[in-house]
Design a protein around this ligand. Structure first.
Ligand code: DGJ
Length: 744
């Protein structure tokens, strides 16, 4: 058994010493000269946020991880070496493991040198600390092979207030010819616990972000994607790792990690012979050997993690605060309530039908109309998913007066206009396919293989990048009043081969990486030209929801499954990593459930609609209008508040969650019945100010319906509400209840 208090005392002494070491921009590089003159302990590097600390150190010239965990409570994640601190640490694990020398486990990095030597040895060269703001400090640690001009810099950006560390690597060499990189992890972290519990978020089209928690056994568990463009379709690049015991929302040690990369990824968890866990996170090396030319730099995507000593809830709040500040475009700005026509019309519309929907949008009080798929292509009109992709001109039959007419008609009704594009794709039935066969990913000497009747354009090719950027840029130049885009991507890679890479002499194995780099170049151009244009990130539902893409997008489409019951689970899954302001949740015709249930489920995210309002009864229409007004009065709490998941739909009949405003003056409590049982229970709140007095009100009730909750209309202290909670009573035909608590 570990003696934590003794360890913590040792740790404190050790930290004081470490802080002294870390003062100054560049230190210690002169102190280590491997292979000659290596001393046992040459340097100590502390990377810390307000509650978390990662401690690295050198042993015999090699960079080791000594500690990862809380910097307050003394809880220890990887701790073996602390027994010896401040003496010679003996048993720590590598901070960035290499292949081919004495490493017995998976390597973070692997290459073969030009002389055929397949091993890499990285020794510590020095470090630099850059204070980028009051919040952000970047630590750079440089490593080098003592025998070869091969260099790695490990970057650790510590976000003090959000308790998040963002980590990546840059790789460079000066050998005489290109080197093949076989492994190139962004992060390699180590853990020491009795047990490891991994929560993954897997799924499929229309069933995204299903949670599964398993105890890791000895050996390797990999969460990965090999899907290329629609990379997150089966698995999100995010996970929760609980140490010792499975953590709850409020208890236990947990690390929440996510890779900021919109392509093939690999999260590898290796429990070794000694029961220690070695985590590798990065781009998927599977089939992705990369040829790195001398003096060019290979930059890995960033891996972000946060550590919580008090359960999963705190881990989510940390990451989501970070995402709202740094990770999602304009997350401090308001969003629009929109009406989308996809589920309302599919491909079957013309301009009269659309203008009629504008009327409904105005009447109902939404801000924006979003025209979905089906508006374009003439030689091969886009009347179903089997034609037209790539030909981004208005279809003359459906829209004889063009988009200009639509934007003008929308403006007359004081409704903004948005439009759908899927610029990375092409149907074989299209003029683009006829004009530019060389832009398409497809194998030589094999038949074309289709998914949703389409193929992927080759974004590794700069000409294709120009074309893809031009789709949006062209529309904006012609119709500057377009106020919103939905960027879709409905196909993953299969049978992928780039004639561009062949032409420039690059191996095909680079395609998964170069595709995403090309995509990011286009996103960057989009943002340079249109910094604040709202764009929804969509990939046949949630096939591309990750921290790599979200800095370019204001929101994302979580799933094509809009059945509200299924959405409770799907949105619950996203809520671990992605803030509600970015999570689009639309009220649609899907699912035979009360309209109130649909509205309440949409209100826990960024609410929108995808339905024909003329199909609603007058009282339903009134309910929707009132609901939009209600949402607009509380949306800031959903968008900027801290999330507390209270009762999990995975564990019982009820899902309950709340958002608490930063000043703790206003709170929203959402409750959803997820089975057909009748439920009467109290839901204790979390995160309130115990001494504040809150008045409880049930909101979004249909006209003439009274709240059945005894707390409604009464005032309670935060302490009381956290102890006894709010009583709710739900049954099959009244499946949800939403409460607003306001400080008196
Ligand atoms: C898939 C998206 O997820 C849907 O919302 C819709 O835009 C269709 N594509 C259109 O083809």
């Amino acid at each position: 058994m570990m003696n934590l208090s003794k360890k913590y005392r040792t740790l404190s002494r050790f930290l004081v010493a470490s802080c002294l070491f870390s003062i100054g921009a560049l230190s210690a590089s002169a102190r280590v000269t491997h292979p000659t003159g290596v001393t046992g302990r040459a340097d100590t590097i502390v990377i810390s946020t307000s509650h978390t600390m990662l401690v690295l150190g050198t042993e015999h010239g090699h960079l080791r991880q000594w500690y990862l965990g809380s910097n307050r409570s003394g809880k220890i994640v990887y701790s073996k070496a602390l027994d010896d601190v401040p003496g010679i640490p003996g048993q720590s694990l590598p901070a960035y493991s290499t292949f081919g020398t004495d490493n017995l486990f998976t390597a973070a990095i692997r290459t073969t040198h030009t002389d055929g030597n397949p091993s890499l040895d990285l020794v510590y060269q020095g470090r630099q600390e850059i204070k980028k703001s009051d919040d952000i400090t970047e630590t750079l640690i440089s490593l080098k092979d003592p025998q070869y001009p091969f260099f790695v810099i490990l970057h650790y950006e510590a976000y003090r207030n959000e308790d998040v560390i963002r980590q990546w690597a840059t790789i460079r060499h000066l050998e005489t010819a290109p080197l093949t990189l076989y492994n190139f992890a962004s992060a390699n972290l180590n853990f020491h616990a009795k047990n490891y519990w991994l929560t993954q978020f897997h799924g499929d089209w229309a069933a995204e972000m299903q949670m599964q928690e398993t105890r890791l056994s000895a050996g390797i568990k990999i969460l990965d994607s090999k899907l290329g463009s629609r990379a997150d379709m089966f698995q999100n690049p995010s996970f929760l790792l609980s140490l010792d015991t499975a953590s709850t929302e409020t208890t236990g040690e947990v690390l929440a990690g996510t890779l900021a990369w919109s392509g093939n990824f690999q999260l590898l968890f290796e429990v070794d012979n000694a029961g220690e866990l070695r985590l590798h996170a990065g781009m998927n090396p599977y089939g992705s050997e990369y040829s790195l030319a001398p003096d060019s730099t290979f930059t890995t995507p960033a891996f972000l993690f946060t550590y919580s000593a008090s359960g999963k809830g705190q881990a989510s709040r940390n990451l989501e605060r970070w995402a709202r500040k740094y990770g999602v475009l304009d997350a401090d700005k308001p969003r629009m309530v929109l009406l989308n026509n996809w589920e309302a019309t599919y491909f079957d519309f013309d301009e009269n039908k659309l203008v009629h929907l504008f009327d409904e949008a105005k009447e109902i009080g939404v801000d924006l109309f979003l025209l979905d798929d089906g508006w374009f292509a003439n030689k091969y009109p886009r009347n179903s998913d089997n034609a037209g992709l790539g030909d981004w001109q208005e279809n003359g039959k459906k829209l004889p007066q063009g988009i200009g007419y639509l934007t003008a008609e929308a403006a007359k009704r004081n409704v903004k206009f948005g439009i759908w594009v899927e610029p990375e794709m092409v149907n074989p039935k299209s003029e683009l396919y006829e004009r530019h066969p060389e832009w398409i990913l497809r194998l030589p000497n094999r038949p074309e293989s289709y998914y949703r009747n389409q193929l992927v354009l080759d974004l590794s090719n700069p000409a294709v990048q120009d074309f893809v950027f031009g789709v949006i840029d062209g529309l904006m130049k012609r119709y500057p009043s377009i106020a919103y885009f939905k960027w879709d991507c409905n196909r993953m890679f299969t049978d992928a081969y780039s004639s561009h890479l062949q032409l420039i002499g690059s191996p095909q194995s680079e395609l998964p990486i170069e595709y995403v780099r090309g995509l990011y170049k286009v996103f960057a151009r989009l943002r340079a030209g249109y910094p604040h244009l709202p764009v929804m990130l969509c990939s046949g539902g949630g096939g591309r929801v990750d921290y790599g893409a979200l800095p370019y997008f204001t929101e994302f489409w979580p799933s094509d499954n809009t059945n509200p019951l299924n959405r409770v689970f799907i949105q619950w899954g996203y809520s671990y990593f992605f803030p509600a302001i970015a999570t689009c949740a639309h009220v649609t015709g899907s699912g035979d459930y009360p309209l109130k249930f649909k509205m309440d489920v949409a209100m826990m995210g960024k609410m929108g609609f995808d339905m024909q309002f003329n199909k609603l009864k007058p009282e339903e229409l009134r309910f929707v209008k009132d609901g939009i007004r209600t949402y607009k009065s509380i949306e800031d709490i959903v968008w900027q508040g801290d999330l507390y998941r209270l009762l999990s739909p995975y564990e019982g009949n009820l899902a309950s969650l709340s958002y608490v405003s930063e000043d703790k003056k206003r709170v929203l409590l959402f409750n959803y019945l997820v089975t057909d049982a009748s439920v009467q229970t109290a839901v204790p709140l979390q995160g309130l100010d115990p001494v504040k007095r809150y008045r409880v009100e049930e909101i979004n009730l249909p006209a003439a319906t009274k709240s059945s909750s005894p707390e409604t209309g009464h005032v309670f202290t935060g302490a009381e509400l956290m102890r006894t909670g709010i009583h709710i009573s739900l049954k099959k035909d009244l499946r949800s209840a939403v409460f607003l608590l306001r400080e008196e």
